[in-house]
Design a protein around this ligand. Structure first.
Ligand code: GLU
Length: 530
C-alpha cells in the first residue's frame, strides 16, 4: 500500500471514529428526552426539555427545527412521533440542543434559576407600595397591578413570568441604549465632549450642568437629550428614529419593538422642563453646532415612547451582558468597549437619586424608567427585565427594586460579592452543587499538601473547616494521612473535630498510623487525651 493510501485510510478511520462518537452522543440526547423509554419522543416533549434549559421554541437559532416539527405535526393531524432516525436528521446535530440538554450552557441549572425567580416574584407581588407615574394620562391609566419579569442569559436561555408579554414604554430605559448608539457612531471622546460621566447627585431633571457647562451624565434628562442630538446627525429625522428603532430590534429577541404615538404626543405636551433643559444647554454652548433643538427634543420623546415587552427587554439586557453580541442572533450590535462604558454609567447613575444606594447594597448595573421598567445587566451571566408600574418617591419601580434586593441576597451578583462570597450565595454559572463542592475539594486538597495559607483563605470565605467530601473525608484526615504535622496543628488550633469518621470508619489517627507519621500520631494522641 502506498503512503498516500495509508494516510487516506487513517484519515477516514479517524473521521468514522468521530462520526461514531457523535452518533453515540445523539443517541444519548435522544434517550435523555425519551424518559419513558418508548423509543420515540414528541415535539412537545422535545420543547419541554429544551425550555427547562432555557431554549424556547421561538429561538431564532432553532427556527428551522421548529418549522420542520410543526410541519410534521400538521401532516399527521396529531402529535408526531419522532423516532431516533428522524431525531438525528432534524435535531440531533444542533450544537445548541446538545449544550442545552447536557447542561453545558452559561447557566447550567437554568431550571433552579427560574424557580427562584418565580419565588421572588411571588414574594414581591403583594407589595403594593408606591404610585404609577401620572404626569401623562397614558402612564396614569396603566393598570398598577401589572408585574412581569423576564431573563435572557448570555447563551440565549430565556424565561418569563407574570405580565412579561405586555408592552410598556421605555421612558428612561431608552437612555443607556441611546448612549451606546452615539458611542458606537462617534466613540467615547466625541460623546463625552458634550456629556460628562459623573453622577449629578441631583434629581434626574434638575436644571444643572457640571463645571464644564455640560450635562452631568447621559442617564439624566439633560444628558439623554444631548445624547439623542448626537445620533446620526446627517440623516433626516425620520431616518434617525428608524435607526434607533432598528437598533432596538437588533437588541431584542423575537418580539419587535413598536411605537406608542399617544405617549409621544403626551410627552411632547408636558415637556416644559425638558424644553427648558435643552435651551439651558444651548445657552451654555453644550450642543454641537447647528443642533435643531425642537427636532432633538421630539426625537428624544419618540425614543421614550418606544414600546417593548419584558421578554424583549430581557434580550436587550442579555445582549449588554454579553458584551454587545445578541445571544439569540449572534449579531454584534455594539462593541464591548461601548458596553463597558455604558454599564459603568448604569452602575453609578442608573437609578435616579437611589443610584449610590443601589450600587452599594445591590451592586449591579441597572436603569429604571418612570413606566416602571427596570433593565438589569449581570455581566457575563444574563440580562433581566422587570416591569411593575408603581414607583417610589425617587421614580424607581417599587417591586423592581425589591426584586433586585432579594435576588442579590440569594445570588452572588453584587459587583464585589467575589470578595466575600463564602459559598452561601449561589453562582448560577456553576453547575449544580459546584460552588459548594469546589470549596470543600479545595479545603481537603489544601489539607493534603499542607497549604495553610489556602486553608486560611477558605476560612476567610466562611468555609467550614470540618466540611467533608462525599466519602466523609475532611481536611484533617488528609493532612494526617500525608504527614502534614503543621497543618494538623493548625486545624487543631481551630478546634476542628480531631476524630471525624469517614465512610470506611477511618479517623485522622488511623490515617497517620497507616502512613507511619509517628510524630503526628503522638501529637494527635496527646490532644485527644486532652
Ligand atoms: N419621558 C420622561 C422625561 O423625559 C422620562 C422620564 C424617566 O423615565 O425618567 O421626562
Amino acid at each position: 500500500m502506498s503512503t498516500k493510501q495509508i494516510s487516506k485510510n487513517k484519515k477516514s478511520q479517524k473521521s468514522s471514529n468521530l462520526d461514531r462518537t457523535a452518533d453515540l452522543a445523539i443517541n444519548n440526547l435522544f434517550r435523555s428526552i425519551d424518559s419513558r423509554c418508548t423509543g420515540y419522543i414528541t415535539p412537545k416533549q422535545f420543547w419541554k426539555e429544551m425550555a427547562k434549559g432555557g431554549i424556547l421554541k421561538t429561538d431564532p437559532r432553532l427556527q428551522k427545527v421548529n418549522d420542520e416539527l410543526e410541519g410534521l405535526n400538521n401532516a399527521a393531524g396529531q402529535e408526531h412521533k419522532i423516532y431516533l432516525d428522524e431525531f438525528k436528521r432534524i435535531i440531533g446535530h444542533y450544537i445548541i440542543v446538545k449544550k442545552c440538554l447536557t447542561g453545558d450552557m452559561a447557566i447550567p441549572d437554568f431550571n433552579s434559576l427560574t424557580k427562584k425567580i418565580v419565588d421572588i416574584y411571588k414574594e414581591t407581588k403583594p407589595n403594593s407600595g408606591g404610585h404609577v407615574a401620572d404626569y401623562i394620562p397614558q402612564l396614569a391609566r396603566v393598570n398598577p397591578e401589572f408585574y412581569g419579569v423576564a431573563v435572557c442569559s448570555v447563551d440565549g436561555q430565556r424565561f418569563g413570568h407574570g405580565d412579561y408579554e405586555q408592552k410598556f414604554c421605555l421612558q428612561s430605559t431608552c437612555k443607556p441604549i441611546n448612549y451606546c448608539i452615539a458611542h458606537k457612531e462617534l466613540g467615547a471622546d466625541k460623546v463625552h465632549n458634550h456629556i460628562g460621566r459623573e453622577p449629578s447627585g441631583r434629581s434626574f431633571n434638575e436644571m444643572a450642568l457640571n463645571g464644564d457647562g455640560l450635562p452631568h451624565n447621559p442617564l439624566i434628562n439633560s444628558g439623554a437629550i444631548m445624547c439623542t442630538s448626537l445620533i446620526q446627525r446627517k440623516l433626516e429625522i425620520a431616518d434617525r428614529f428608524d435607526h434607533v428603532l432598528k437598533t432596538w430590534n437588533d437588541l431584542s429577541g423575537d418580539v419587535a419593538p413598536t411605537f406608542n404615538n399617544s405617549v409621544y404626543l403626551s410627552e411632547k405636551q408636558t415637556a416644559d422642563r425638558n424644553f427648558a433643559l435643552a435651551y439651558f444647554m444651548r445657552e451654555n454652548n453644550a450642543f454641537p453646532e447647528n443642533t435643531n433643538i425642537i427636532e432633538t427634543l421630539e426625537f428624544y420623546f419618540q425614543c421614550c415612547s418606544i414600546e417593548v415587552t419584558a421578554a424583549a427587554m430581557a434580550s436587550v439586557a442579555g445582549t449588554l451582558a454579553n458584551g454587545g453580541v445578541n445571544p439569540l442572533t449572534g449579531k454584534k450590535v455594539f462593541d464591548a468597549a461601548t458596553v463597558k462604558n455604558c454599564l459603568s454609567l448604569m452602575n453609578s447613575c442608573g437609578m435616579y437619586d437611589f443610584s449610590g444606594e443601589f450600587a452599594f447594597t445591590i451592586g449591579f448595573p441597572a436603569k429604571s424608567g418612570v413606566s416602571g421598567a427596570l433593565l438589569v445587566v449581570i455581566p457575563n451571566v444574563m440580562g433581566i427585565a422587570l416591569w411593575s408600574p408603581r414607583l417610589d418617591e425617587l421614580g424607581n419601580s417599587v417591586r423592581g427594586v425589591e426584586f433586585c434586593k432579594k435576588l442579590v441576597e440569594h445570588y452572588s451578583f453584587h459587583n464585589y460579592d467575589i470578595l466575600v462570597n463564602n459559598g452561601a450565595k449561589i453562582d448560577p454559572r456553576k453547575k449544580k452543587y459546584e460552588s459548594k463542592i469546589d470549596n470543600v475539594i479545595a479545603l481537603i486538597w489544601a489539607g493534603s499538601v499542607g497549604d495553610i495559607d489556602e486553608i486560611q483563605r477558605l476560612e476567610a470565605l466562611g468555609v467550614d473547616l470540618e466540611a467533608a467530601d462525599y466519602d466523609g473525608r475532611t481536611a484533617i484526615h488528609l493532612a494526617a494521612s500525608e504527614g502534614q504535622l503543621e497543618t494538623v496543628k493548625y486545624l487543631v488550633t481551630k478546634k476542628v473535630n480531631i476524630s471525624p469518621i469517614d465512610r470506611w470508619g477511618g479517623t485522622p489517627i488511623k490515617d497517620a498510623k497507616k502512613g507511619k507519621h509517628t510524630e503526628l500520631v503522638e501529637f494527635l494522641e496527646k490532644v485527644s487525651i486532652g
